[in-house]
Design a protein. Structure first.
Length: 231
């Protein structure tokens, strides 16, 4: 199968990141088209004898992991996760992230919070000088009173839009809704925004992943990769 240049870059990043996965470890399995390449590659390594147990970050990733033969473990049964390989929608110079365009931000953030080494895999389009410049910030909200949250965010000067597909609200794996919040000028103070958003009753979690990244693997269409390590 011929891959598009962007998919070739994603695959290169994902497969290179798998070298950080050691035998006998617990591995967080991210969500999205880039993370899928890593899950497939880990499936091949499991067939060759790698012993890992995976913690999927979404129902879709769980299905894929089962399909490619990665043994899974319930998050409730693990104290810590050794390494997680996940994608991102934006990566800034501090390796802070926006995640959640794929709708899995809540489970991804719970898994990231337990992870010793969070490896982010991206193609070069995800690298931004400032968070919010390329992608909206996904905010997961309870269906109960979601419009109250939307109105409150608008009053606070934000620009939220309910995520919909084919005219219907998109539900996350947790049965919640997503407000995609645009920042036309980029996000000025991500730490403050994260705190403020999570203080709004009805907000379950937001897609800012601050200070959680161990390293970012950026793939190129020609198969080259570079790693950016948090300074
Ligand atoms: C899902 C995510 C994804 O990791 C993010 O959207 C990147 O996806 P892709 O690799 O398909 O561009 O955060 O919630």
């Amino acid at each position: 199968m011929t891959l598009s240049p962007q998919d070739a870059a994603k695959k290169a990043a994902a497969e290179a990141a798998c070298k950080h996965v050691r035998d006998g470890t617990i591995v967080g399995l991210g969500t999205g088209s880039t993370a899928d390449f890593a899950v497939r590659h880990l499936g091949e390594r499991v067939k060759e004898g790698l012993r890992i147990r995976g913690v999927p970050t979404s129902l879709k990733t769980e299905r894929l992991a089962r399909e490619v033969g990665i043994p899974l473990v319930d998050l409730n049964e693990v104290e810590a996760i050794d390494v997680t390989i996940d994608g991102a929608d934006e990566v800034d110079p501090k390796l802070d992230l926006i995640k959640g365009l794929g709708g899995a931000l809540l489970r991804e953030k719970i898994v990231a919070s337990l992870t010793a080494r969070q490896v982010i895999v991206v193609d070069p389009s995800k690298i931004v000088p400032k968070l919010g410049t390329r992608s909206p910030l996904p905010v997961e909200v309870l269906p109960f009173g979601w419009a109250v949250v939307e109105r409150r965010l608008r009053k606070e000067g934000h620009h939220p839009t309910l995520r919909q597909k084919e005219g219907k609200p998109v539900l996350t794996d947790n049965g919640n809704l997503v407000l995609d919040v645009r920042f036309p000028e980029g996000i000025a103070d991500a730490a403050r925004l994260e705190r403020d958003l999570n203080n709004v009753p009805g907000v379950v979690e937001n897609g800012l992943f601050l200070g959680m990244t161990w390293r970012v693997v950026v793939g190129e269409a020609d198969g080259r990769v570079r790693e950016i390590v948090r300074g």
